[in-house]
Design a protein around this ligand. Structure first.
Ligand code: PSV
Ligand code: MN
Ligand code: MN
Length: 382
């Protein structure tokens, strides 16, 4: 197998292990973690069975603890590290009309202070990235001054950025709608790019694959952000309709393949590129640990296929204007079944050939179902 696969690392979101649902119902899953420590133990289990998930992202305050240095040690004891810190300015009444964009300076200050507290957390956890997703927006034309909100956002972000340490980064996530339905203050990669470019070199864009209008060519955005050196991270998931947060590669494996082709083309498989590959998913009706195992395996499988593209032959076909030849070269890679070889490769590295099966047979699920009673919600409504 390609050596590039050996260094592949996919960050798991702590909230994937909590109970989650829609606005209609949150179903409880037996064995759900009751504490952030148990979420980390479950994430470490995914890593143990796949070798693919060495870090866990935290969400503050959902994962609040008094001692983050102790939490860091807890993660390390389980064989993983703490990763991206996600801020949260979307659940408090005070943010009803916005957070970093709010017209009232006191509310803006509260939102900025939350981010500064998140950076304190990062100092203790050793995290590199502060990820900001804002629910800020309006529901009706005229409700807010679009330009004023954008100006205030720039000012708030600059204050947060200034507090970052020299090794830390700010990643700004965009999303085209929801919870606001008329306008969103960071709706697209262009807005995110404009905002982060104004901040400095350690500010980047986060691309969540579920945050685009249907039909958007996401791999084009990946290419462009890599081209200008501003792709900070991915939030991987898949969607049929809106921000579904389903298992990555489940809805459209071919799209995931095309994205990974551009990741490779843009040099982002190299860990030195600094691009973080994260999952941002919820498992509403399926078991959470196997859901995460399946997710990282899907990314690995599509990466292995994307690495099979014969790039020399492709460049030749493209230069010759051989439309069908070029398309055929890409599709040959996509249709190649890499699963048997990946299974052998895993075994050669001391990992189970079939991590889904190995987990099912391990007894871990039965053990947590017996031990844990009264598991947590992922955050929403908690
Ligand atoms: C809300 O849309 C969201 O799913 C964003 O994608 C964030 O990354 C995530 O929540 C966690 O805050
Ligand atoms: Mn996201
Ligand atoms: Mn989302």
């Amino acid at each position: 197998m390609e050596p590039a696969l050996a260094s592949q690392a996919i960050e798991l979101p702590s909230w994937a292990f909590g109970n989650s649902g829609t606005r209609f119902k949150v179903f409880g899953t037996p064995g759900t973690p009751r504490t952030v420590q148990e979420k980390i133990a479950d994430a470490a289990t995914v890593h143990r069975f796949t070798g693919l998930a060495p870090t866990v992202a935290l969400h503050i305050p959902w994962d609040h603890v008094d001692d983050y240095t102790a939490l860091r040690r807890h993660a390390e004891d389980h064989g993983v590290a703490l990763g991206t810190i996600n801020s949260n300015t979307f659940q408090d009444d005070v943010y009803k009309f916005g957070s970093l964009t709010h017209v009232d300076p006191a509310v803006r200050q509260q939102a900025v202070d939350h981010h500064l507290a998140c950076i304190d957390v990062m100092d203790a956890t050793g995290s590199r990235d502060l990820k900001i997703w804002l629910a800020d927006g309006t529901n009706y034309p005229g409700q807010g001054d679009l330009r004023g909100r954008q100006d205030r956002l720039a000012e708030s972000l600059a204050t947060i950025y200034d507090r970052l340490g020299p090794e830390q980064r700010l990643v700004l996530e965009y999303k085209f709608f929801e919870p606001a339905f008329y306008h969103t203050d960071v709706p697209d990669w262009g807005t995110s790019l404009v905002q982060v470019t104004a901040l400095g070199e350690r500010a980047m864009v986060c691309l969540d694959t579920g945050h685009h209008a249907p039909g958007t060519n996401i791999e084009f955005i990946v290419m462009q952000l890599l081209r200008v050196g501003r792709l900070g991270s991915f939030d991987f998931n898949s969607r049929f309709y809106a921000d579904d947060d389903l298992i990555v590669g489940a809805a459209d494996p071919f799209q995931l393949f095309r994205i990974l082709v551009e990741v490779i083309r843009g040099g982002a498989m190299d860990p030195a590129s600094g691009v973080a590959f994260m999952l941002d998913q919820c498992h509403n009706v399926e078991l959470k640990i196997p859901g995460q195992i399946r997710s990282v395996l899907n990314v690995q499988e599509m990466t292995a296929k994307a690495l099979l593209v014969d790039t020399d032959a492709l460049a030749e076909a493209q230069a010759a204007g051989d439309v069908l030849g070029a398309n055929g070269i890409l599709m040959d890679a996509f249709w190649t079944d890499v699963r048997p070889e990946l299974a052998r490769w895993r075994e050669s590295r001391g990992l189970p050939a079939d991590p889904m099966r190995a987990y099912a047979e391990s007894g871990y699920q039965q053990q947590i179902e017996a031990e844990r009673v009264g598991g947590q919600q992922a955050g929403w409504g908690a």
